[in-house]
Ligand binder design. Structure first.
Ligand code: GDP
Ligand code: IMO
Ligand code: MG
Length: 431
């Protein structure tokens, strides 16, 4: 059967991990195609009356589904220490990670890039981006500059040495002359990179070939994005973005699956909006409603623990995400968090210096000045966490879903009503 992409429609943390996990038992492969351990996906699984909570950073959420093959695609940047910490952590909890495959062409995050990420942020001061400090940006920059280290380089010591030497010629200039840090030695860098090489070797393969052959056999491949549309390096709120392609196009380049093989693009969109780090955010709330959403939605980062900035649903952004990604279906998450509000505002357009914008302004300065134009929808008080069908939702919650669907450019096929796997209202079956 098909290749399906799961994409974040806002600024991340929409619940992509849960959405992937919900589909996990019906897919054969789950592929992470972009980003690295800047991502944080929380997946909650009910086991009897106990709730098991997993925080995943580098591994695709499909790792939690027995029999599903998790794949780290060529578009990912891999911190090898984090990879094995995560594997060991899951194995210790009884999760089988033996099926994991890693692309020979994925890039490796070297220690000097973690350092450069952190010192660059410090250097930028008030102009900082609020990165996760995991070395993501500098590693993608090296990839584009063609001085990156790839997974396959770890298995050819001569090549590895030459590449590290080449990279350090530049990096040491930056570290010592710009940032006043100590130079890094080739030996220490090579030694660190090779720490896990032998453990890694059996996992490494041509994942593009593996996935295309799986599709030839009619197996189902799910491509799970890290980050989201507005953090995408091309389509996001540049420069306040991550350094990878988090949109549907990136699902192809980051996995080696060609565009015409993608059957479905599922946009994950929260029933309100959050953002971590710096950058514009038109519907951001600085009042008690923002605090309410943060508290009720437990909006604190899975990766850095930072409180997430919170605001109302923004249909302009959802429409933009639908367009950029070719969203066929939305999963609307965290609807339960909106329970108990008198009215629920939804941003339908922006006012930019007196001019109405129904679409994302192309000019970043306009987006910085965008003032939301709200429509106010009636709230509901009933507990919806046990709802499993649309009919189980109170009329006003159903009306909210219908209104948001009409504004957002694609049908809503699933609705999240709680963090656990089964707390999902399925409107249309996706596989
Ligand atoms: P991701 O990065 O897109 O995978 O999202 P995160 O895991 O960083 O953040 C989403 C958070 O919301 C996690 O803590 C999930 O357990 C939780 N979550 C996901 N869907 C729902 C939902 O429908 N309702 C509630 N209350 N929590 C949800
Ligand atoms: P998931 O996959 C939310 C943000 C950072 C920062 C910017 C650049 O969990 O949705 P980076 O370290 O990537 O160079 O930081 O991007 N960011 C995220 N925000 N969710 C994420 O991932 C994020 N990954 C990066 O906060 O503003
Ligand atoms: Mg997250």
């Amino acid at each position: 059967m098909p290749a399906i992409a799961i994409i974040g429609a806002q600024w991340g943390d929409e619940g992509k991990g849960k959405a992937t996990d919900v589909l996990g038992s019906r897919v054969d492969y789950v592929v992470k195609f972009n980003g690295g351990n800047n991502a944080g996906h929380t997946v909650v699984i009910n086991q009897g009356d106990k709730q098991e909570k997993y925080a995943l950073h580098l591994l695709p959420s499909g790792i939690l589904t027995p029999g599903c093959t998790p794949v780290i695609g060529n578009g990912v940047v891999v911190d090898l220490n984090v990879l094995f910490e995560e594997i060991d952590g899951l194995e210790a909890r009884g999760v089988d990670t033996s099926l994991l495959k890693v692309s020979a062409s994925a890039h490796v995050i070297a220690d000097y890039n973690r350092t450069i990420d952190k010192v660059t942020e410090r250097f930028l001061g008030s102009r900082r981006l609020g990165t996760t400090g995991r070395g993501i940006g500098p590693t993608y920059a090296d990839k584009m500059n063609r001085i990156g280290i790839r997974i396959q380089d770890l298995f050819d010591e001569k090549i590895l040495l030459a590449k590290v030497e080449g990279a350090l010629e530049l990096k040491n200039q930056i570290l010592t002359k710009i940032y006043n840090r100590r130079a890094v030695t080739v030996e220490a860098t090579v030694e660190e990179l090779l720490t896990h090489a032998e453990r890694l070797r059996p996992m490494v393969c041509d994942t593009g070939l593996l996935l295309n052959q799986a599709l030839d056999r009619d197996e189902t491949v799910l491509l799970e994005a890290g980050q989201a549309t507005l953090l995408d390096v091309d389509h996001g709120t540049y420069p306040f973005v991550t350094s990878s392609s988090a949109t549907a196009g990136g699902a192809c380049t980051g996995s080696g699956i060609p565009p015409m093989r993608l059957d479905r693009v599922i946009g994950i969109v929260k029933a309100y909006t959050t953002r971590v780090g710096e950058g514009p955010f038109p519907t951001e709330l600085h009042d008690e409603f923002g605090e309410h959403l943060r508290k009720t939605g437990a909006e604190f980062g899975t990766t850095t623990g930072r409180p997430r900035r919170c605001g109302w649903y923004d249909a302009v952004i959802a429409r933009y995400a639908a367009r950029v990604n070719g969203v066929t279906d939305f999963t609307l998450t965290k609807l339960d968090v909106l329970t108990g509000l008198e009215q629920v505002p939804v941003c339908v357009a922006y006012d930019v210096d007196g001019v109405r914008h129904d679409e994302m302004p192309v000019n970043q300065s306009d987006f910085h000045h965008a003032v939301p134009i709200y429509e106010y929808l009636p709230g509901w008080w009933e507990d919806i966490s046990q709802a499993r069908t649309l009919e189980d939702l109170p009329a006003n919650a159903r009306a909210y879903v219908a209104a948001v669907e009409a504004m957002s450019g694609a049908r809503i096929s699933a609705i999240g009503v709680g963090p656990a796997r089964d707390q999902t209202v399925v409107v249309h079956d996706l596989i």
